[in-house]
Design a protein around this ligand. Structure first.
Ligand SMILES: [Fe+2]
Ligand SMILES: [Fe+2]
Length: 347
């Protein structure tokens, strides 16, 4: 780990002076401190998902007792999974419910479909993927340590805004102020369970690579949030943006365009030589499934075609399952499916 920590330290210093952080603590005439916190409304899917990220993916759950490292990471996750609710409390304190006043459809659209924060949502998924794939505790430690360093840097800068808000209104902000910061040490674990860990070259490389990627992604998130917050402030709030970014479109194209994924969901290529036997078996199983009569139900265009037996429509078709298995004749249903399904995949 001694070779990994200096890399994380290098990136910690880089993220510290991110323009978002500098902007947050720079007083601007005509801008109230809490308005700068609007950047978080473009990032709510990460803030609110943080509970489940910790609960299901950072914590080792039942396996936490296997060793001290898993227990240390899981103990920290126990704390962090409680932070989303602090954000909820501040949202109410800040009066953002009334400020936005969005309908549920607008909120859902904003959270899951709006193009304005799509890059932020995509990076949230990429961060989650980095956590999930880091099954090895020493690698997961590097990933979580990097996330924690970025969180600590952010909350040290929002703390000034929270204090100014409290001084003016008398209301405390627990997510943006001291209360949260006291629980954000900037580290993934509260002890030295990893400091002296000796990593293999493979573990070192995986830890370094993933830690750097976390910093890159959060650096990009910060830049996007800075731009979006500045645009929102310059437009006097969310009302204008509500209309163009939160309102679901009234017209939706019937045929969606192709979706592009940045990783391969269908692992049917590039199998390692040691895995080719498994790949071949998998292909045979897939073909058998595609050829089975049950799949006709999913590829049929009408309910009539989807009926499990063609006996009612084809006098030459065998009438029992056993007879159908023995039969070598091609019935009308099989013919219609094979001609219809050319060019169509059943997955
Ligand atoms: Fe937190
Ligand atoms: Fe944290």
């Amino acid at each position: 780990m001694k070779q990994v920590l200096p890399v994380i330290e290098y990136w910690r210093r880089r993220i510290e002076d991110h323009p978002l952080h500098t902007w947050l603590v720079t007083n601007e005439q005509g801008v109230r401190p809490e308005q700068k916190l609007w950047f978080a409304l473009y990032f709510t899917n990460f803030i609110m998902y943080f509970r489940e990220l910790n609960l299901y993916h950072i914590s080792y759950c039942q396996e936490r007792t296997l060793d001290r490292q898993r227990e240390a990471i899981s103990a920290h996750a126990d704390e962090d999974m409680t932070h989303s609710r602090m954000f909820m409390r501040d949202l109410r304190t800040l009066g953002w419910d009334e400020m936005l006043g969005w309908r549920p459809s607008e909120l859902y659209y904003w959270l899951f479909l709006s193009e304005v924060n799509e890059p932020l949502r995509r990076r949230t998924t990429q961060i989650t993927k980095l956590v999930i794939e880091a099954e090895d505790p020493v690698v997961r430690f590097a990933v979580v340590e990097s996330i924690e360093i970025c969180g600590n840097a952010l909350f040290r800068h929002t703390n000034k805004l929270a204090n100014e808000y409290t001084a003016r209104t008398g209301k405390e902000l627990i997510y943006w102020g001291d209360f949260h910061l006291e629980r954000e040490t900037g580290h993934a674990v509260e002890d030295d369970a990893f400091e002296d860990a000796v990593l293999t070259e493979e573990q070192r490389e995986a830890a370094r690579r993933r830690a750097i990627r976390i910093f890159e992604l959060i650096d990009e998130q910060n830049s996007d949030m800075l731009r979006l917050a500045q645009e929102t402030i310059s437009q006097g709030g969310f009302e204008y943006r509500r209309g163009i970014h939160a309102a679901p479109p009234t017209w939706v194209p019937t045929i969606p365009g192709p979706e592009v994924f940045d990783f391969n969901f269908w692992p049917d290529t590039d199998a390692h030589p040691s895995q080719r036997v498994i790949q071949q078996t998998w292909r045979q199983c897939r073909q058998a499934l595609r050829d089975s009569e049950h799949m006709g139900f999913f590829t049929a265009d009408t309910l009539t075609e989807a009926r499990p037996s063609c006996a009612s429509r084809c006098s030459t078709a065998p009438r029992t399952p056993a007879a159908r298995r023995r039969s070598t004749s091609t019935c009308c249903r099989t013919r219609s499916r094979s001609t219809r399904s050319s060019g169509r995949s059943t997955g």
